[in-house]
Design a binder for this molecule. Structure first.
Ligand code: NAD
Length: 442
């Protein structure tokens, strides 16, 4: 189905034309939503179309179909992608996800958001993302390894420590990053620590990487409380998704900021306790219960939809895209939404929430803690000199607080929402880089 049109920034940026030309089949509604977010900011900042139109599209898209020998000797063919949205400010950076529903629309959108996320944080990176259409829970350990190594070999032409640096995302982890690093290194003939981030500690990984995204979510939640006049130590919180981002957000918000986590959920169910959940206990339960919180005895089971509409101060969507939609936005009672996941709020839902004066800390700022510590990991790998956890946390805190302040100042200056403000900060950095580099060959 062809959904995405061909948006263009017109001279002066005052009106946005959807031209009939250049319709691209593989992109769909998610990429269109991402482009609309961009166009909203481009209009406010009167972006020069000579740079803006280029930034609307991914620079490079690679789609691969690759064979994997299964344990029973048969060969299955899998589909994967690597997309680089823009590399004007440095190598592409972005995770690789394994999911049965992943598709180019999703991967391209995530690459697009990575460009802006890196620029909001002022990291010397562009945006990239990858994915393999697979349900990894159906693979044995050896099949997962063969799939990971073959996929990384397929995209080896695009990645490299100075070109494009992948990282974990949904359903990928440090072990898979170690296989990627080893595969690249064996093919290249030397150990290339800096080719991926999110690696195990003894393979050039960084202290603080697993908790980094959740820590960044917590830091920005705290900054959001300050501007909303809320005391975070008295705030109630609901967290959707209890994987890497959700569980570390819940843990750090409760342990370090004193917030009360009244509900969390995963793909199977939500767990609610109005007196607050013991997050460490829940993590232990999840880890001994095949990764799910289903059946946790010290709380009431609720649905994911019920979780989203609880009467809480802060809502952290930390699962997948499109969690907050036209259907549930009107029932959301949270005063602050901190987007742990990428793209959890649809544009229609956001309009409703903004009318209700909900402060939305957008994904490209809220969950940027992960890529920021990935950047620290890469810098440490290139220097082969490693920092301790206090250093990492201090540097992350400073960068997240500064980025929040810059976005908030821009929001006030242009009288726009936080997402548009974050895009304005990011787009001006990237478009300046494109302008200063110029277009070559000419
Ligand atoms: P994960 O695989 O560790 O966890 C995902 C969680 O979401 C799991 O608890 C899963 O059960 C739950 N989930 C899945 N579908 C759901 C549904 N329909 N309803 C409710 N819960 C559901 O993944 P993660 O690394 O925590 O990533 C979560 C989100 O955060 C993704 O959007 C990812 O792109 C984004 N993100 C991750 C990082 C990172 O460092 N891991 C960084 C930035 C952004």
């Amino acid at each position: 189905m062809i959904i995405v049109s061909d948006p263009k920034i017109l001279k002066g940026g005052k009106s946005m034309k959807i031209s009939e030309m250049g319709r691209l089949e593989p992109f769909g509604p998610l990429y269109e939503m991402a482009q609309k977010q961009f166009l909203k900011a481009a209009e406010v900042m009167d972006l020069d179309p000579n740079y803006g139109n280029f930034l609307l599209w991914p620079q490079r898209v690679l789609e691969v179909h690759f064979p994997v020998i299964m344990d029973d000797g048969t060969v299955e063919v899998f589909k994967g992608y690597r997309v680089q949205h823009n590399t004007a400010r440095g190598p592409a950076k972005g995770g690789i996800r394994y999911h049965p529903d992943t598709h180019l629309d999703e991967v391209a959108s995530l690459a697009f958001w990575m460009t802006w996320k890196c620029a909001v944080m002022n990291l010397p990176y562009g945006g990239g993302k990858g994915g393999v259409r697979v349900d990894p829970s159906k693979l044995s350990e050896r099949e997962l390894e063969r799939l990971s190594r073959r996929f990384f070999s397929e995209i080896q032409t695009m990645v490299g420590p100075q070109k494009d640096i992948p990282a974990p995302d949904v359903n990928t982890n440090a072990k898979i990053m170690a296989w990627y690093m080893d595969t690249y290194s064996m093919n290249a003939g030397y150990t290339a620590l800096g080719v991926v981030t999110g690696k195990p500690l003894d393979l050039g990984g960084s202290e603080g990487r697993p908790e980094a995204t959740g820590r960044g979510v917590s830091i920005t939640a705290n900054e959001a409380c300050k501007v909303k006049g809320l005391d975070i130590s008295k705030a109630t919180v609901a967290v959707q998704g209890f994987g890497n981002v959700g569980s570390f957000s819940a843990k750090i918000l409760s342990e370090e900021y004193g917030a009360k986590i009244v509900a969390v959920s995963d793909v199977n169910c939500g767990i609610y306790d109005e007196n607050g959940l013991d997050i460490n206990d829940l993590i232990k339960y999840r880890d001994s219960n095949k990764g799910t919180i289903k059946g946790y005895p010290k709380g009431k089971e609720i649905t994911n939809q019920e979780l989203l509409t609880l009467d809480v101060d802060i809502l952290v969507p930390a699962a997948l895209e499109n969690a907050i939609t036209l259907e549930n936005a009107k029932d959301i009672k949270a005063k602050i939404i901190v987007e742990g996941a990428n793209g959890p709020t649809t544009q229609e839902a956001e309009e409703i929430l903004l009318k209700k004066d909900v402060l939305i800390v957008p994904d490209i700022l809220a969950n940027a803690g992960g890529v920021t510590v990935s950047y620290f990991e890469w810098v440490q790998d290139l220097q082969t000199f490693f920092w301790d956890i206090d250093d990492i946390r201090k540097r992350l805190n400073k960068m997240m607080v500064n980025a929040f302040a810059e976005v908030y100042k821009t929001k006030e200056k242009y009288n726009v929402d936080m997402r548009t403000a974050a895009y304005i900060v990011a787009i001006s950095r990237v478009s300046n880089a494109v302008k200063e580099r110029g277009y070559y060959p000419m």
